[in-house]
Design a protein around this ligand. Sequence first.
Ligand SMILES: Nc1nc2c(c(=O)[nH]1)N[C@H]1C(S)=C(S)[C@@H](COP(=O)(O)O)O[C@H]1N2
Ligand SMILES: [Mo]
Length: 313
Amino acid sequence: MLVKRPHDYLPSELTPEPLYRRRRELLRAAAAGAILGAAGAAHAASGGLPKLPSTARSRFSSPEKPTEYKHVTRYNNFYEFGTDKTDPYQYAGRLKTRPWTVVVDGECAKPRTFGIEELLKLPLEERVYRLRCVEAWSMVVPWVGFELNALLKQVEPNGNAKFVEFTTALQPDTMPGVRLPVLDWPYVEGLRIDEAMHPLTILAVGLYGEALPNQNGAPVRLVVPWKYGFKSGKSIVRMRLVEKQPLTAWEKAAPHEYGFYSNVNPDVDHPRWSQKRERRIPEFFARRETVIFNGYGGQVAQLYAGMDLKKFF
Ligand SMILES: Nc1nc2c(c(=O)[nH]1)N[C@H]1C(S)=C(S)[C@@H](COP(=O)(O)O)O[C@H]1N2
Ligand SMILES: [Mo]
């Protein structure tokens, strides 16, 4: 994500991991017979974080091979820690993730504050999802989490609850990036209530079977797989049920570039680049065709029936 300085993302986007090293790793892995299939790979990596209770793999999972742990956790957007892809890996270690609470309030009968310990006790599932960034890269992540609707139902949304506004953590002491006015901090995102209640929308508390690394949005982050990555706010502290469409941080920063819906759509280019193709991290070239709704159209297209997706981009 970037507002007005494309040169800011190009260098890091184009910094390749040396090709020879990649090839050497592959050869070594092949020699050791260590190349894993999709199922094995999902549990192959470890960041040394606390293991989560063993989880069933959801039927909503993508059959694709997950992106290696080291790429999922070292190539991130988390602007509170800086705008380079490696900044979150380098600096997010300082994020304070305990104590942690998530306030769920607004248009509902039973507003509540949930402690993170409580959320970790909910029945967890593994969901392997494609994540498509608006910058035209993608990865496949084995998230561990639960459906957001499980939480929202507990507060009993009322008839005025048309949208959910998500607010993410603002810790000036631990977040070097918030000293710069890149966005109007804290990071705010929003979903329509039917998008928020959809079974594909999850709150993730882990990946690769372990607690969520800070750079990926610890201790709890949203994942909405049919939308561009920036809709999936990290390190969430508040979810407010509201009647009016929330003004998101990215719309505030650049309304012509980032709309409220931000559904993955190869037919609606970003004003500064095409959305037709994507490169799968750690590939270098955008070779894969981007698919409408990131391939989840079968489950979500009906949410937008009759809407002009070029207007509501
Ligand atoms: N709080 C916060 N959440 C955020 C961001 C951010 O800068 N701050 N970046 C978003 C963007 S642009 C993307 S692509 C995804 C990246 O998630 P990942 O690093 O876990 O792959 O997080 C999203 N959530
Ligand atoms: Mo993104």
